[in-house]
Design a protein around this ligand. Structure first.
Ligand SMILES: *[C@@H]1O[C@H](CO)[C@@H](O)[C@H](O)[C@H]1NC(C)=O
Length: 124
């Protein structure tokens, strides 16, 4: 009987963690989407503030954190590139946010970066 309850607890733990994973699906335009991060990071990415604020980094981490599958990382990359095209920012600074905010994501807001292959393509 003890074994049965142990298994039941394990099943519940797994189901609960699957739920948590689903709740944090990457969304370009979600409540923690690019808009929030863009607004809070603008002083750094557009207006020359020397370092991103802690509010910026918190929003940035909430924005990129949920992107953990390859497909979600591609969506994130495309989302950031589209945003950089629509709201011009300093690409060097946008690209420094993952490092400065402690998020392990590797991509570029530079349109020369191919979000599908994660390689820079320079015109020949
Ligand atoms: C963009 O930011 C980088 C790093 O701070 C700086 O060196 C560069 O001059 C900036 N570029 C423009 C166009 O402001």
């Amino acid at each position: 009987m003890a074994n049965v309850s142990f298994i039941l607890v394990m099943v519940l733990v797994v189901v609960a963690s699957l739920d948590a994973g689903e709740a944090s699906t990457f969304q370009c335009d979600g409540p923690n989407g690019h808009q929030q991060a863009t607004n809070l990071c603008s002083p750094f990415s557009r207006r020359g503030q020397p370092e991103p604020s802690s509010e910026c980094c918190r929003a940035y981490r909430a924005f990129v954190g949920p992107a953990d599958t390859t497909e979600e990382k591609r969506q994130l990359c495309a989302c950031v590139q589209r945003n950089a095209r629509l709201n011009p920012a300093n690409i060097t600074r946008v690209d420094s946010l993952p490092h400065k905010c402690g998020t392990p994501v590797v991509f570029s807001a530079d349109p020369k970066f191919d979000c599908n292959t994660y390689v820079f393509h320079f015109p020949s």
